[in-house]
Design a binder for this molecule. Structure first.
Ligand code: PFF
Length: 438
């Protein structure tokens, strides 16, 4: 940053991989994946999921990396330079989607701060009824929720303002390894509880009779969400990668790490939930209501509750910095703002844009029966992400394939192009039209 005129870069390959894996690994891995897997045939689902991650997710990550690295800029600037001016709106939609996601992601990120603090103070609920009541009351109370949301945005801002190498890379290089260690400690604790086997059986027993088109659709939606595809996040990180670095290895490692975290999260959640005879129910209720009660019942639970919420907070922050960086890169690269000003203005604006989401869970702010937060989530995950993913797949496969041919190894290129031109667009069109129910 001290060298004006020279674009920032990641300092090391491992820093780049950990930052990109951090962008992908988030709340979706920890609570969403295990349940979707448990309900859709366990190991059979995991198997299908892995195929989709590598057949569709990885080619899309590569398409974004190729455009970002060659374009050396934010999504708008890179797409303009590499694909042509007419395609700039594809990058613009990515930036908008990233900010929309960040506006409500910070609200949930704020909840994790509150729960991490409660865990440290030993103030988590001890039975599902009271913990559930406390959670409902908390998310419906505007001022504390907005306060924690502001704190989460402040953390995101502080990391992004410090730059790509000194902020994002450094944070992810320290905290992603810590994240893995915490996750493994939690998995060991959970799997060694008496009665853990029943949970493992629920999660992993392959049940191919449950595999049908809706299973594949669920796996596809999860792939998209989990790898943060279609919003230009991977494009932006790819633009900070040195020209000499390979792309295929890191894309593979990001997919591998993201899937591994998702898989191990199931080994944390199901054995513990079953060991204490709880119902596995999906969603925020499980994370913020059932799990704290489960921790309260296990030996050493107070410590494990702290570890779990710190883990969630790290996962949320490494994703939120990538979301802020997409728009930040635009202001720095295209509008020539300083990084400090860009990240401050953008964090402030995103915070304000998130306030309607923050206050919507009290029941006030609904749009056609959905809370404002759920409406933003729907818009981003069901509309903007698939459209963006479709755009990057088509542009990659049909327009910038010559650039990709230079950037990718000869053995990978034809397979990548086939997947981008035909397989990914069909799959994405399917998610889009089936997901579009309100
Ligand atoms: N990939 C994140 C997760 O699995 O939780 C969620 C996410 C982050 C989606 C960033 C989209 C995004 F742009």
């Amino acid at each position: 940053m001290s060298n004006p005129g020279k674009r920032e870069q990641f300092g090391s390959r491992i820093g780049f991989i950990l930052a990109s894996a951090g962008a992908a690994v988030g709340l979706g891995n920890i609570w969403r994946f295990p349940f979707v897997a448990g309900e859709n045939g366990g190991a059979a689902f995991v198997f299908i999921y892995l195929i989709l991650v590598f057949a569709i997710g990885m080619p899309l990550i590569l398409a974004e990396f190729v455009i970002g690295r060659r374009g050396q800029g934010d999504p708008v600037g890179s797409v303009k330079r590499v694909c042509g001016k007419a395609f700039a709106p594809l990058g613009g939609m990515g930036i908008l989607a990233a900010l929309v996601i960040l506006s409500f992601y910070a609200v949930v990120g704020g909840w994790t701060i509150k729960y991490a603090l409660d865990a440290i103070m030993g103030a988590l609920g001890t039975d599902v009824a009271s913990a559930g009541g406390a959670f409902e009351a908390f998310i419906a109370s505007p001022f504390p929720v907005i306060g924690y949301q502001a704190l989460f945005m402040l953390g995101t801002y502080l990391i992004v303002a410090k730059g790509v190498g000194g902020g994002i890379e450094r944070f992810c290089t320290i905290f992603m390894p810590l994240f893995f260690i915490l996750l493994i400690v939690l998995a060991i604790r959970s799997m060694t509880l008496p009665g853990a086997a029943e949970g493992l059986a629920f999660y992993l027993k392959p049940d191919f009779s449950k595999v049908n088109s809706s299973t594949i659709l669920a796996a596809l939606g999860q792939t998209f969400f989990s790898l943060s595809l279609g919003i230009g996040g991977m494009l932006t990180y790819g633009s900070y990668l040195d020209r000499k670095e390979p792309l295929v290895g890191p894309a593979f490692q990001i997919c591998f790490l993201d899937s591994l975290v998702a898989f191990i999260s199931g080994l944390v959640i199901f054995p513990a939930v079953f060991a204490f005879g709880f119902e596995p129910s999906a969603g925020a209720g499980l994370t913020f209501v059932t799990l704290p009660v489960v921790f309260g019942k296990m030996p050493g639970g107070a410590i494990f509750a702290i570890l779990f919420f710190v883990l969630l907070l790290i996962a949320a922050l490494t994703s939120s910095v990538s979301l802020l960086e997409v728009g930040n890169a635009y202001l720095v690269d295209e509008r020539k703002w300083s990084r400090g000003k860009a990240s401050a203005v953008l964090s402030g604006a995103t915070f304000l844009a998130g306030v309607p989401s923050a206050i919507s869970l009290g029941g006030g702010l609904n749009i056609a029966g959905k809370s404002f937060l759920d409406t933003m989530d729907f818009l981003a995950s069901k509309v903007m992400m698939p459209l963006g993913g479709m755009g990057f797949a088509l542009v990659g496969g049909f327009l910038v394939y010559k650039v990709a041919k230079e950037e990718l190894p000869a053995s990978v290129y034809p397979v990548w192009r086939f997947l981008c031109c035909f397989v990914a667009p069909v799959a994405i069109a399917w998610i889009f039209f089936s997901g579009l129910k309100w």
